[in-house]
Design a protein around this ligand. Structure first.
Ligand code: HAM
Length: 461
C-alpha cells in the first residue's frame, strides 16, 4: 500500500513537470511564430499599395532632382542623441539602443535625417553645386506604443535639401509633398505650419514656456516636471488631455520671433498662398525633434467620419544641425513621410492600388525535352520584354492550360516532343482559339505582331 502511494505521488510530480515543459514549448513556439510587438509582415496582398507609394516617391524625387541615398540602419547612438536631442521623447523613450560585442553604443535609426547629414558631411558633399538634394526610403525604429498606424518598425520616405536659406524652398517642399499625395489620390489633408524661429528666437521661446509651465507646475505630471526647465517643448507637444488644455494659453513661438524669423515666415506664407494648398497656422506646433529652426510643418489627414486625425508626414528647417555635427554652416530643410500611414490612408479612401503588369504569354510543355527547350524560349521572351508565365513543374496538359486561362494571357505557346525536335512551337490565340505552328527562331517577331493585334481586337470587343 505504502509503496503504491509513493509511486502515485511520483507520477503526479512527473506529470506536473511534463505540463511545465509542454507550456514552455508552447511559449517558445509562440515566440518563434510571431515577430516582436509593433513589427509586422507586409504580405503580397498589400504590396500593390506599397509599390504605388514607392513609385510615387521615386517619381517625385526625380521630378525635383533628388539623388537617392541609402545609409545604414544602425549608427552610433551619439549621432542620434546629438541631432534629435538627448531630452526628446524619441531619444529618452523610443530608441532601440544597445552595445555591440565590441562594446560600441549603437542604435537602430529612429529617423533618416541624422544619418543623411552624417553622410553629407563625411563625403564632403558641401563641395557639390547647391542645393544638394537627397532622398531615402527605408525602415526606421521607435519603441512607441503600438496601435493602428503606429508601429515599432515603420517605413519613411525622406527628402532633405542642403545649402539654401530662401523661404521659397520651404514652400517648394510643401509643393512636393502635396504633389505626392495627389498622385496617391489622398486629397483630404491639411498642412499645419508654424515657425520656431532662429536659434536665438527658439531660446527666447523656450524661456517663456519654462516661465509659463513653472506657474502651472501643479497641473504637470511628475514624470514631466523635469522637462519644465530642460525641454518645455515636450510638455507642449504632449498628447495628454490636461496638458493640451494647458497648451491653449501657453505663450506661442510668435511672441518670441525676431525680425529675421518673422520675415522668413511671412514670405513662406505668401508663397503658400500662391501654391493654393490647404494650410493652417498652428501656433503651438513645435515638433518632437530638437534640431528644427524657423519653419516647421506637419501633414495631417482628416478622417471626417471618425474625427480622427493623424500625421502622414512632417518636417521643417534645421539650419544649424550640419554645423553642430562638425560640418560647415549649411542651411537645410526636409520632410519625412510615414509610408505605413500613406498605405492605411489609401485603403481608407479606397484609392486605386497599383496593378502589376500581367503576363501576356504562357508556355505549356509536354515532354522532358520540351521542358528543357522551354527554358530557352522563356529566356528569349524575357529578353524581348514579353512578360511570360509558365508552370514548368507540371506536365499535365489540362492543368497547364487551366493555369494559362487563369493567368488571363493573350497567347499560349504549346511545345510537345514533336515541336521540341522540329524546333517549332504551337501558338494558340486564347481569344479566338485559333492556332498555328511557328518556327522557334521567328517566334519573337511573330509574337509581337500577334500581341499587338490582340490588343486591337480586345479594344473593338
Ligand atoms: P517625424 O514627424 O518624427 O519626422 O516622422 C515623420 C512621419 O513618420 C510622421 O509624420 C508619421 O507619418 C511617421 N511616423 C512616426 N512615428 C511612427 C510610428 N511609430 N509608426 C508609423 N509611422 C510613424 C521625422 O522623422 C523627421 N526626420 C522628418 C524630417 C526630415 N525633418 C526634416 N527632414
Amino acid at each position: 500500500m505504502v509503496k503504491n502511494k509513493k509511486e502515485n505521488k511520483k507520477t503526479q510530480t512527473d506529470g506536473g513537470r511534463t505540463k511545465t515543459v509542454k507550456k514552455e514549448v508552447k511559449l517558445e513556439q509562440q515566440l518563434v511564430l510571431q515577430p516582436p510587438r509593433g513589427m509586422r509582415d507586409i504580405l503580397p496582398g498589400d504590396q500593390p499599395y506599397w509599390q504605388q507609394v514607392r513609385n510615387a516617391l521615386t517619381k517625385v524625387s526625380q521630378e525635383w532632382g533628388f539623388g537617392r541615398i541609402d545609409t545604414p540602419i544602425v549608427e552610433f547612438e551619439r549621432l542620434f542623441l546629438r541631432s534629435i536631442g538627448e531630452t526628446t521623447e524619441v531619444a529618452q523613450k523610443e530608441m532601440y539602443s544597445f552595445a555591440t560585442r565590441g562594446n560600441d553604443r549603437v542604435a537602430l535609426r529612429p529617423e533618416h535625417t541624422a544619418g543623411t547629414v552624417r553622410a553629407y558631411i563625411q563625403h564632403g558633399m558641401n563641395v557639390l553645386p547647391k542645393p544638394v538634394k537627397l532622398f531615402s526610403i527605408g525602415p526606421v525604429y521607435r519603441y512607441d506604443r503600438p496601435q493602428e498606424g503606429r508601429y515599432r518598425e515603420f517605413y519613411q520616405g525622406n527628402f532633405d535639401i542642403y545649402g539654401e536659406m530662401d523661404p521659397i524652398l520651404d514652400a517648394q517642399v510643401i509643393q512636393m509633398a502635396s504633389r505626392l499625395l495627389a498622385i496617391l489620390g489622398i486629397k483630404d489633408v491639411v498642412f499645419r505650419v508654424n515657425s520656431v524661429g532662429t536659434p536665438a528666437s527658439r531660446i527666447a521661446y523656450k524661456r517663456a514656456l519654462t516661465r509659463y509651465f513653472t506657474k502651472h507646475k501643479k497641473s504637470i505630471p511628475a514624470s514631466l516636471q523635469e522637462m519644465i526647465t530642460v525641454n518645455p517643448f515636450r510638455i507642449l507637444d504632449a498628447k495628454d488631455e490636461a496638458l493640451c488644455a494647458l497648451a491653449v494659453d501657453a505663450p506661442t513661438s510668435l511672441d518670441s520671433l525676431d525680425d529675421e524669423s518673422r520675415t522668413h515666415f511671412d514670405k513662406f506664407i505668401t508663397y503658400l498662398d500662391e501654391l493654393g494648398v490647404v494650410y493652417e497656422h498652428d501656433v503651438n506646433l513645435v515638433r518632437g525633434l530638437d534640431y528644427y529652426t524657423q519653419t516647421v510643418f506637419e501633414i495631417v489627414a482628416r478622417d471626417t467620419s471618425s474625427q480622427r486625425q493623424y500625421s502622414l508626414g512632417g518636417g521643417g528647417r534645421y539650419d544649424n544641425l550640419i554645423e553642430s555635427l562638425g560640418g560647415e554652416p549649411t542651411p537645410a530643410i526636409g520632410f519625412g513621410l510615414g509610408l505605413d500611414r500613406l498605405v492605411l490612408e489609401m485603403k481608407r479612401i479606397n484609392a486605386q492600388a497599383y496593378e502589376a503588369p500581367r503576363p501576356r504569354v504562357f508556355i505549356v510543355q509536354l515532354s522532358e525535352l520540351a521542358k528543357k527547350k522551354s527554358l530557352t524560349i522563356f529566356a528569349q521572351l524575357q529578353k524581348a520584354g514579353i512578360l511570360t508565365a509558365e508552370s514548368f513543374g507540371r506536365g499535365n496538359l489540362t492543368s497547364q492550360l487551366r493555369k494559362a486561362s487563369r493567368a488571363g494571357v493573350d497567347i499560349t505557346l504549346i511545345m510537345g516532343q514533336k515541336e521540341a525536335l522540329d524546333e517549332t512551337v504551337i501558338m494558340k490565340r486564347m481569344l479566338s482559339g485559333t492556332q498555328e505552328t511557328v518556327s522557334q527562331d521567328k517566334l519573337v517577331p511573330i509574337l509581337r505582331k500577334a500581341l499587338k493585334e490582340s490588343i486591337v481586337v480586345k479594344k473593338i470587343k
